[in-house]
Design a protein around this ligand. Structure first.
Ligand code: NAP
Length: 313
């Protein structure tokens, strides 16, 4: 089995918390370089200020993991694919749907792997929920995705800038679980998007979903909120008609059926992501699932803008 050399581009919170330890633990890629605007270093690895510098200095680096904010990813991914590298993208993959489609075509043209990751989908509990819901008639769905922005995104100004997604930066994780486990596509019917008076992205959102016309059942709501204090709530509850209630909690790492926990497995998402990336590279395939981004884009398209108090750190 070949061991690809990989570079991380953007050495922020998620690169340090998850990517570096997962690459090291799974041992399928060798971390060979970093690209960091600020010059972050790790373990004596070469660290470059731009991806272009790394690509030309290290032709033996065959794969990159782009861990920057989404709005700069399109240019970076294109550059890496055109230089013949395989690419893993953090979520949300891009700031727009057209950019994502462009990258999918670019990967095809380059004959390289492009992997748009949705880390919350890489949980055993999510797989188990998907299996139980296949073909099920669903009575109700309820999403609560609430966390303290000061705790989870300290000082990250990019999340408040246009293209930074605001509360949909974590909220798209809930959406990625919905698009994976529901046996029908969730259509956005309406959305209330609450923007702080001094910011360009929402601090809270209430999104109402409807089912396709041929799927019976009521509309359902996802409530996303960054003003949560006293502990985060990342929970999806799904009631099956005449059957059990499934509760996916703690961000999709835990599944309870009628209150009894059947899967509880924290912190494996990124190990699985790197295994999947390696398998895709070895098979010469790509995995670019646009569904969660499409749902969030639709929420911005049909959403109503509400304004609340200014936000400061
Ligand atoms: P972060 O701490 O702000 O790190 C992002 C890093 O990207 C920065 O530290 C910077 O690193 C680099 N960068 C390159 N261009 C940049 C630009 N124009 N503006 C700001 N930074 C730029 O953010 P993060 O939390 O790691 O999130 C990065 C991505 O991972 C996001 O898409 C996010 O949704 C996703 N994610 C985050 C988490 C989490 O828990 N934080 C979880 C899952 C996924 P250098 O100075 O080293 O270049």
């Amino acid at each position: 089995m070949s061991k690809h050399k990989l570079a991380i581009v953007g050495v922020g919170k998620i690169a340090i918390d998850q990517h570096i330890p997962s690459i090291e633990e799974t041992g399928l890629f060798r971390l060979a370089a970093l690209v960091s605007q600020r010059g972050v270093e790790h373990d004596g690895l070469p660290s470059f200020r731009t991806q272009a510098d790394m690509l030309s200095a290290m032709p033996d680096v065959t794969a990159v993991a782009i861990c920057t904010p989404p709005d700069v990813r399109h240019g970076l991914v294109r550059e890496a694919l055109r230089a013949g590298r395989h690419v893993l993208m953090e979520k949300p993959p891009t700031a727009s749907l057209m950019e994502l489609e462009d990258l999918r075509a670019e990967a095809e043209r380059a004959g390289r792997t492009l992997f748009a990751t949705w880390h919350s989908q890489f949980n055993a509990a999510v797989d188990a929920a998907r299996e139980r819901l296949a073909g099920a008639r669903i009575r109700s769905v309820r999403v609560d995705w609430k966390e303290d922005v000061r705790k989870w995104h300290p000082g990250q100004e990019w999340i408040w800038q246009a293209g930074g997604f605001g509360v949909f930066d974590p909220g798209i994780n809930a959406v990625s679980i919905l698009t994976r486990v529901l046996p029908f596509p969730p259509f956005v019917a309406s959305a209330d998007l609450t923007f702080p008076a001094n910011r360009d992205t929402p601090i809270a959102a209430s999104v109402v979903f409807r089912r396709p016309p041929d799927v019976p059942g009521a509309r359902f709501t996802a409530d996303l909120d960054w003003r949560q204090t006293g502990g985060e709530i990342w929970t999806i509850t799904i009631e099956v008609d005449g059957g059990p209630t499934l509760t996916l909690s703690r961000g999709g790492t835990c599944l309870a059926v009628d209150g009894t926990t059947v899967v509880d497995e924290a912190d494996r998402e990124y190990r699985r992501i790197y295994r999947r990336f390696h398998a895709l590279v070895e098979a010469g395939e790509s995995d670019v699932d646009a569904a969660p981004l499409r749902v969030v884009a639709d929420a911005f398209l049909v959403g109503r803008r509400l304004v609340t108090d200014a936000f400061d750190w």
